[in-house]
Ligand binder design. Structure first.
Ligand SMILES: C[S@@+](CC[C@H](N)C(=O)[O-])C[C@H]1O[C@@H](n2cnc3c(N)ncnc32)[C@H](O)[C@@H]1O
Length: 387
């Protein structure tokens, strides 16, 4: 097949998967690129980046040309670059849904365009996995591969990738699990638990295990974690990942259950609730989120989060950390309202942004934003249990 025809075929198929099966761009690309869709790794990577860009631009393309009906036509139109995107309203120009743009504008004001445009950019953080190798050795390996990075000033085991000559997942330390792609906001969540050797910690939504594994790294495999997840399939992935990351599996108890049914009053020193959410803060990781997000999806997750946080506060004797990779107040500040009277909120990181001014305790909860912290958009609340 001629290369340009092949490109159209693969990209159309990615679009079909994202729109019809609501899968992430990564999953859609894997399905579309099964077998030989490229002659070399470089070519495959180029095609993958095109797929990400296409999905990210999808809403914009539909604003420019409302008459495009088939996937093939959309792809060819997008590839032609013969379209004019000036004079579009800002949500179209940035390729977001109008309700989402307007909602964020009401929350962050003039910063909205900078924020949404940064959300369209993929950034990479790596966590040096000291369970598998010493920090200096991994940093040297990254340098040998030509990676330009910056060690983070808040969490010295995190590095921000300024430039990588090859895709991050193909770097040797990443393939050997000594460096793990993980966002800095995700590290901030675990660090806020202040995990210590001997702690007994409940992780209420644990799979695929990125945060559990960081708890174990920070305690040098000397904490005990009960890692619960509702999805058995995702828990299996979690077990597999923890093993590869060097976590002592005899200290992690994996439980397939609905955490809304877990009732162990004050049994755990600390509870982590990294709640299931709309993923609206993770657009940079999966631009397909922009297409599928709806107000009712946000409300759906908000209700689950309120049930889960009520349970979290009952299970902890000491500390509860709540986080979501959502940029919506319904999944952050408004969830905390449910347990406000039973906890004392701690603004752990002075360098984070405060919450939205939709609640009177907004300065006691934390938000991370791509345009300010170079992270995904995340909400974080640290709660000492008092009631
Ligand atoms: C944001 S992900 C967790 C990511 C994980 N903490 C990590 O860092 O790798 C949310 C998880 O919550 C799980 N989940 C959804 N509803 C749940 C419930 N009611 N009880 C327990 N787990 C649930 C999902 O299966 C999903 O794995």
């Amino acid at each position: 097949m001629r290369r340009d025809k092949l490109i159209v075929k693969v990209l159309s198929s990615v679009l079909y998967e994202v729109l019809n099966h609501k899968v992430s761009v990564d999953v859609a690309f894997k399905r579309a690129c099964k077998g030989r869709c490229a002659d070399s790794l470089e070519e495959r990577e180029k095609l993958y980046n095109m797929a990400r860009e296409l999905v990210s631009d999808y809403l914009k393309v539909l604003c420019v040309n409302t008459r495009l009906r088939s996937y093939g036509k959309i792809v060819r139109f997008w590839l032609s670059k013969q379209w004019d995107d000036t004079n579009l309203p800002p949500w179209c120009h940035l390729s977001y849904q109008r309700w989402f743009y307007e909602k964020l504008a009401s929350l962050v004001g003039d910063e909205v365009e900078e924020l949404l445009s940064e959300m369209n950019r993929r950034r990479w953080w790596l966590r040096i996995n000291t369970l598998k190798a010493p920090e200096e050795k991994v940093l040297r390996q990254l340098e040998d591969e030509g990676v330009e990075y910056e060690v983070d000033r808040h969490f010295p085991y995190m590095v921000f990738v300024r430039h990588s000559p090859k895709p991050v997942r193909l770097l040797k330390p990443v393939k050997e699990f000594t460096a793990i792609p993980q966002d800095k906001a995700s590290a901030a969540v675990v660090n806020a638990l202040d995990p210590e050797p001997g702690d007994v910690i409940l992780d209420m939504a644990a799979a695929p295990g990125m945060k559990t594994s960081l708890i174990m790294m920070l305690t040098e495999n000397r904490a005990r974690v009960v890692a619960v997840d509702i999805s058995y399939r995702r828990l299996l992935m979690c077990a597999n990942l923890l093993m590869k990351l060097g976590v002592d599996l005899s200290k992690v108890h994996l439980v397939a259950a609905d955490s809304r049914d877990v009732f162990l009053r004050s049994v755990f020193d600390k509870v982590l609730l990294d709640a299931p959410c709309s993923n609206s803060g993770a657009v940079s990781k999966d631009p397909g989120v922009k297409i599928h997000l709806t107000p009712s999806k946000v409300r759906y997750y908000s209700e689950i989060q309120k049930d889960l946080i009520s349970r979290a506060v009952k299970c902890a004797s000491n500390l509860v950390v709540y986080s979501t990779c959502s940029i919506m107040p319904e999944e952050g500040e408004e969830v905390i309202v449910t347990v406000r009277d039973a906890v004392r909120l701690v603004r752990k990181y002075p360098w984070s942004s405060p919450g939205y001014r939709v609640v009177d305790f907004h300065d006691k909860v934390m938000r991370f934003f791509p345009h300010k912290h170079l992270t995904e958009a995340f909400f974080l609340a640290v709660m000492e249990v008092t009631g």
